[in-house]
Design a protein. Structure first.
Length: 293
């Protein structure tokens, strides 16, 4: 298939903030204050949404050369700071409305011309209790009018994946059970490793690969339900994790121009077994050491 070039324009309409840079701050977890002393939350979890993705991960590269999107990720990534202004009068609630267009000038048939006309709504709620515990939940919904406006032979799989979606992202409760033990339960992202190009140990969360190179940077990793404990023994951090539900990376649907194979690959086999993981780490003056299982 021929190489694609997408020319895109993203217009971010914030619902409450004065500037784009104020839109979604707080997407990253901040260190907690425990008994008057700041203690760093697990390093592999702080920056959970963005760590290891200064630029787009190789996991998000296109399937072959049929798509090479030079999408304006900076415009999307800039909407990662949260405003202090309550949305709809609800303290702790913030949100953003985004309009995204994409155009392909070298495709044929349904793959030529306007290829995206998507409106997205992101809502985030965070509440901190007096005891230092935190509850956080956010979700995103989008609708792409292109699949209703264009009379093209889109497959049922394409419409199901790209036309509209409502997805829950973070939804967790976090706090300290004692001076040395932290607790986090719910839908969350846990990042193992900091490589931008190779995900060897960063395997606890699936990715959204449906539109390679064009996924908002904060949405690349998909949260899954986990129970995570962080126990601090001196300078060492020991983090046992129970993965409560199994989820899979989202790939381009069969029949779309982004699908890399000429035939349909087998679907992921669904299962509901518990998963377990463990990380042990320590920061040194000249570096750090982390072990994963």
């Amino acid at each position: 298939m021929k190489r694609w070039l997408f020319l895109s324009l993203t217009v971010v309409s914030l619902l409450y903030a004065e500037s784009v840079d104020e839109a979604l701050a707080g997407f990253e977890d901040t260190p907690q204050v425990v008994q008057g002393k700041k203690r760093k939350q697990a390093t592999d979890e702080t920056d959970a949404a963005l760590a290891g993705f200064d630029e787009e991960s190789a996991s998000e590269s296109s399937s072959g050369d049929d798509l090479q999107a030079d999408f304006d990720d900076e415009a999307n990534a800039s909407a990662t700071e949260q405003s202090d202004t309550p949305f709809l009068g609800i303290e702790g609630l913030t949100g953003a409305l985004t309009q995204t267009w994409a155009y392909s000038y070298r495709g044929k048939g349904k793959d030529h011309g306007l290829s995206m006309l998507k409106q997205s709504l992101f809502l985030d709620y965070e509440h901190r209790f007096e005891n230092g515990w935190k509850f956080k939940i956010n979700a995103k919904a989008y609708y792409d009018a292109l699949y209703d406006l264009r009379d093209q032979p889109y497959t049922a799989q394409e419409k199901a994946q790209f036309r509209s979606e409502v997805r829950l992202y973070d939804a967790y409760l976090q706090g300290s059970l004692s001076k040395r033990l932290d607790f986090k339960l719910g839908n969350q992202v846990v990042v193992w490793g900091r490589s931008d190009t190779i995900r060897i140990t960063d395997i606890l969360n699936p990715l959204d690969n449906r539109r390679p190179g064009m996924v908002d940077i904060e949405d690349l990793r998909l949260p899954v339900p986990m129970l995570k404990l962080d126990w601090y023994a001196g300078k060492w951090r020991i983090s046992p994790i129970a993965i409560l539900s199994q989820h899979f990376t989202l790939n381009p649907p069969y029949g779309s121009s982004l699908y890399p194979l000429p035939i349909k690959a087998p679907d992921d086999e669904r299962y509901h077994d518990l998963g377990f993981a463990l990380s042990i780490g320590r920061d040194f003056d000249a570096g750090d050491l982390n072990l994963y299982a």
